[in-house]
Design a protein around this ligand. Structure first.
Ligand code: 13P
Length: 258
């Protein structure tokens, strides 16, 4: 069985004091993460350095929620993936639906950002997902396929340098997660679509699910064969919930991973 991932997207929450308290609670709940499953937290940009310091001797990865599609230059207000790397980040969420929705990001930009992240040595966590209206009108696969092709059309990299996240927009922050069956169907669709280009890469690529993952649904979702982990929003802001979800994920895995 493959390794799994649990990534906490803190969104625009936190401050110096609450970040410190959250990491202290995480460490109290879970002295060290298990080697079968990588745990990552993604704070807002200004706290990247603080989080890198707080987790120095703690086996949790650090990521950001966005990066520039450029490595350097006259791009006011942008953050280079090289800067993220220098300050201790290893992951970058790319193309989150909240950025598509509120910042007008599109598929092409997502692909360029993923490429820049890879160039800087970060692991991009590329998000794809349909809206409720797209699902209701039977266009889920058309949308997922388009988003996927836009991102992966640019990218030539190894399966362990990239993560794909399925995050249906209707499940994000709504408390209504996709059912385990829907998650499995869409993960399988995404994996098959990637397999058209490269079978081995597709089989090994981590595909994680995000959207209202909670303690109550974690085990059922993570038990699905094509689910390699989770991208967690609100539940990642509570150490006990985040660790309980992490343990629910471990419970779906054998004692050792390949
Ligand atoms: P929620 O877990 O709060 O639904 O958010 C999911 C998400 O957007 C993670 O990136």
């Amino acid at each position: 069985m493959k390794k799994k991932w649990l990534i906490g997207n803190w969104k625009m929450h936190g401050n110096l004091a609450s970040n410190k308290a959250l990491i202290e609670s995480l460490r109290a709940e879970l002295p060290q993460p298990d080697e079968r499953a990588t745990m990552v937290v993604c704070p807002a940009f200004p706290y990247l350095f603080q989080l890198a310091e707080l987790t120095k001797d703690y086996g949790v990865g650090i990521g950001v929620q966005n990066v520039s599609d450029h490595l350097q230059g006259a791009y006011t207000g942008e953050t280079s993936p090289l800067m993220v790397k220098e300050l201790g980040g290893s992951y970058a969420i790319i193309g989150h639906s909240e950025r598509r929705q509120y910042q007008g990001e599109n598929d092409g930009l997502m692909g360029r950002k993923a490429l820049a992240a890879i160039d800087a040595g970060l692991i991009p966590v590329i998000c794809v997902g349909e809206t409720a209206e797209e699902r209701d009108s039977g266009r889920t696969h058309e949308v997922l396929g388009r988003q996927l092709d836009a991102a992966f059309g640019y990218i030539r990299t190894a399966h362990d340098k990239i993560i794909l996240a399925y995050e249906p927009r209707w499940a994000i922050g709504t408390g209504i997660a996709a059912t385990p069956e829907i998650v499995q169907t869409e993960h399988e669709f995404l994996r098959q679509r990637i397999a058209i280009r490269d079978k081995e890469f597709a089989a090994k690529l981590p595909i994680i699910y995000g959207g209202s993952v909670k303690v109550s649904n974690a085990n059922a979702i993570f038990s699905m064969p094509d689910v390699d982990g989770g991208l967690i929003g609100s539940a990642a802001l509570n150490a006990r919930e985040f660790v309980t979800i992490y343990r629910a994920m471990l419970a779906t895995m054998p004692a050792a991973v390949a």
